[in-house]
Design a protein around this ligand. Structure first.
Ligand code: NAP
Length: 243
């Protein structure tokens, strides 16, 4: 089993996490050891040097509480500061057809340094499923306020989804599987985290793991991205933090 636990920041919280992992937290999880423990976001709030927080995770590994440690949403600069302290086992980065920032520098850095890459939000939080429409969002759903769900980005994303339909038809796959597969095909990517609200949703895209997209399929999808203007090359912003 791979348990992916994330801590929300470094500094004092990393120290608190270390205390928790000594006993209570692991007991509650029924685990002797956490397989993969990742920072949820860089610490933009406390001023604690990342080397200090990362050193705490290194100590957890030495104590046998954690097997592998990783980070989420780090920049190449932060990864480069962590690596001399302790090898970065994994990077969790936003990666989908609509969020392509990680492809430029982050994933190549991980390839060069032997760091696994787990892409998150491969379906762009539901936009790329082939069944999305704004009406299905509850009035208090956070996506109603998310930039990716505002015009003109919303219509561009749905236009891209329409361009995935012929690829899906040709390969006998669902649109959702066709949306996830390109993230898995990026050289250096180890896996993708795909979310689901119900088990039947999983059935819809699970085949993405076995889907082999050819060069022509990938080129067609890239062309569709360019022609629709869907998505962004910008890095995701931390929730509620302005930099
Ligand atoms: N480290 C980070 O900063 C960070 C940030 C975000 C996420 N993550 C990780 O990534 C995980 C997934 O994130 P995400 O929810 O954004 O992932 P996602 O895979 O992009 O979107 C999942 C959502 O798409 C919809 N969906 C899934 N399958 C569907 C189907 N077959 N038909 C129709 N709709 C379908 C569901 O929402 P609806 O049914 O409600 O539309 C589901 O919750 C999170 O749980 C978390 O572990 C990490």
């Amino acid at each position: 089993m791979l348990l992916d636990a994330a801590i929300r920041t470094g500094g004092p919280l990393a120290v608190a996490a270390r205390g928790g992992l000594r006993g209570g937290e692991r007991r509650r999880l029924g685990l002797e050891r956490i397989d993969l423990y990742q920072f949820h976001w860089p610490d933009y709030g406390t001023g604690t040097p990342v080397e200090e927080s990362w050193g705490t995770l290194d100590a957890l590994c030495h104590e046998g509480k954690v097997r592998w440690v990783g980070v989420c949403n780090f920049t190449v600069d932060l990864l480069g500061r962590c690596e001399p302290v302790r090898h970065v086992d994994s990077l969790q980065a936003q990666l989908s057809l609509l969020s392509r920032h990680a492809r430029e520098e982050l994933i190549p850095w991980c390839r060069a340094n032997g760091t696994g890459v787990v892409g998150y939000s491969a379906l762009a939080s539901g936009l790329l499923t082939g069944g999305f429409s704004p009406e299905r969002l509850a009035v208090d759903d956070w996506r109603r306020r998310s930039p990716a769900f505002q015009e003109p980005k919303l219509s561009q994303a749905l236009a891209l989804v329409d361009r995935l339909r012929p690829v899906a038809g040709r390969l006998g796959a669902s649109v959702a599987a066709i949306a996830v597969a390109p993230a898995l095909a990026v050289p250096g990517v180890t896996g993708a985290i795909v979310g689901a609200r119900r088990p039947t949703q999983v059935d819809d895209w699970l085949a993405a793991g076995d889907l082999q997209l050819g060069d022509e399929d990938l080129a067609e999808i890239e062309r569709a991205i360019q022609e629709t203007g869907a998505g962004t090359e910008k890095a995701p912003q931390p929730p509620g933090v302005s930099r």
